[in-house]
Design a protein around this ligand. Structure first.
Ligand SMILES: Nc1ncnc2c1ncn2[C@@H]1O[C@H](COP(=O)(O)OP(=O)(O)O)[C@@H](O)[C@H]1O
Ligand SMILES: [Mg+2]
Length: 305
């Protein structure tokens, strides 16, 4: 089925989002983050001097072991937190807190539990397009629920939806706002393997049509290769850094069947897994609960569906 990606009516959106579809370059410049030590006085450097440029419309993933600071970095790009030093730029402008130009999708779905799926999306659409009337907002909401395969569940409350459905609502909400950038923090980690595959396919289809810049945190190598243009490999914390950026030159559209037959895929997979094994974390004072290598090669397949 060929899906039409709706675009915001220019006259309705012009007061808030005139250039949303045209830009979306993210730049992290020499960013470092220190937190107060949890185990005593002083501070701990989570990551140091991280620089990453993500071009408009590019899909970049960040891979690294648990505790290396991936979520912290994403939260800083989102504007929920600030770097201790360094700069975060969107289209060359310094980020000043959260904004609808950067929508975040969390592993934990982060839907408002007292609102239906429809209302979760509608509230975001209303904030993004304040000059629209109720009918325009409802139509736009319906369209995005439909695009994520959710036409029939709009009235349901999040508690009555499977993990996969909840994450579809999260993605519908994020795309409906037509952000410049989508920031995804392990969005499929709590979704069973089969459902995960179909939502990944929908994410890529939506991304392709919307042209949004994506920065996705994951610890799943296969997912990162399937979805990304480039993958930034982070070393372990403390003092984590982006050690390498791997280009994924496998032509799109990519299918899992093609990938497993592809020598390039096996080469990239081996390279990234080798990096992760070489950087297998040793317990540190920063985080003695994370055992990231438990994730390799067997992921936690806990189903919430
Ligand atoms: N608000 C905070 N105060 C102190 N330490 C924190 C805070 N948030 C995160 N950390 C620490 O920073 C490190 C990186 O955390 P996080 O970004 O969640 O890692 P990741 O997402 O890569 O697993 C962890 O050791 C964590 O304990
Ligand atoms: Mg995290």
């Amino acid at each position: 089925m060929q899906l039409e990606m709706p675009t915001a009516e220019p006259e309705a959106a012009s007061d808030t989002q005139s250039d949303q579809s045209s830009d979306g370059q993210l730049s992290v410049r020499n960013a470092s983050k220190f937190f107060p030590s949890l185990t005593g006085g002083g501070e701990i450097c989570v990551f140091r001097d991280v620089s990453l440029d993500i071009a408009n419309g590019e899909f970049v993933s960040i891979i690294g072991h648990s505790g290396c600071g991936k979520s912290t970095l994403l939260n800083i790009i989102a504007g929920f937190d600030e770097p201790t030093s360094g700069d975060i730029l969107v289209d060359g402008k310094q980020v000043q807190g959260p904004g609808l130009d950067r929508m975040v999708v969390f592993q934990s779905f982060a839907l408002m539990p007292w609102m239906s799926a429809f209302d979760n999306v509608r509230v975001a659409v209303r904030s993004a397009f304040p000059s629209w009337d109720a009918k325009q907002i409802a139509q736009h909401t319906t369209r995005y629920l439909h695009l994520m395969g959710l036409s029939d569940i709009g009235k349901k409350m999040p508690a009555h939806l499977s993990g996969g459905m909840r994450q579809r609502v999260g993605l519908a909400r994020a795309f409906a706002v037509q952000p410049k950038a989508l920031l995804l923090d392990e969005p499929f980690a709590q979704i069973d393997a089969l459902t995960r595959g179909s939502i990944q396919d929908e994410l890529i289809r939506m991304w392709d049509k919307a042209g949004a810049t994506v920065c996705m945190v994951t610890h799943d190598v296969d997912e990162a290769i399937l979805l990304s243009d480039r993958i930034a490999l982070m070393t372990n914390g403390p003092e984590a850094r982006v050690a390498e950026i791997v280009e994924i030159n496998i032509p799109r559209p990519r299918t899992r069947e093609q990938l497993i037959e592809s020598e390039e895929y096996m080469r990239l997979r081996t390279r990234i897994l080798r990096f992760l094994i070489d950087h297998n974390r040793r317990p540190t004072a920063m985080d003695d609960t994370a055992h990231a290598m438990d994730a390799y090669p067997h992921r936690d397949e806990t189903s919430h569906d």
